[in-house]
Design a protein around this ligand. Structure first.
Ligand code: SF4
Length: 147
């Protein structure tokens, strides 16, 4: 059960939603191709990790308040059968990352700019800055994905 969000959180969520919308349009215009659908969510196979701010964790949890335990240790609990159960609320890292080599050079700049905006939104809402593994943060803050 997710507690109702405060007015400050609601404003931060609205700002984050607007940012995600702009970001999704910007990335779509850059035209990255998803070649290995779902591999990037299987962190242990892809060889990377997903980090997120607490604001992003709370936003995702507000839209997707439940998920079963992860399919494999350390994975995102929203990854089920190759699909994302949290498309609308997924964090920045999931939106920006594509394995398309033709896009890879643009990714750091797009990510850093959006990350700075997210940090500013979070700070204005009174969030302490934390940036940590998304699955652990979901379980820690909202109990999502716990066995
Ligand atoms: S939130 Fe969705 S896209 Fe991001 S790691 Fe989890 S399942 Fe994958």
């Amino acid at each position: 059960m997710i507690a109702p969000v405060s007015k400050g959180e609601r404003q931060a969520f609205d700002a984050l939603r607007a940012l995600y919308g702009r970001l999704d349009r910007e990335i779509a215009a850059l035209g990255p191709v998803c070649r290995t659908r779902g591999l990037c969510c299987r962190f242990e196979e892809a060889g990377h990790e997903l980090f997120a701010t607490d604001l992003e964790v709370d936003y995702a949890a507000s839209l997707h308040p439940a998920a079963p335990p992860p399919e494999a240790p350390g994975r995102c609990p929203y990854h089920r059968g190759g699909l994302c159960l949290a498309r609308e609320g997924r964090p920045l890292g999931c939106r920006v990352y594509f394995c398309d080599p033709g896009y890879a050079g643009k990714m750091p700049e797009v990510h850093e700019r959006a990350y700075a905006e997210i940090r500013a939104i979070a700070a204005a809402a009174g969030y302490e800055h934390r940036y940590r593994r998304f699955p652990e943060a979901l379980a820690d803050r909202r109990g999502i994905g716990r066995p």
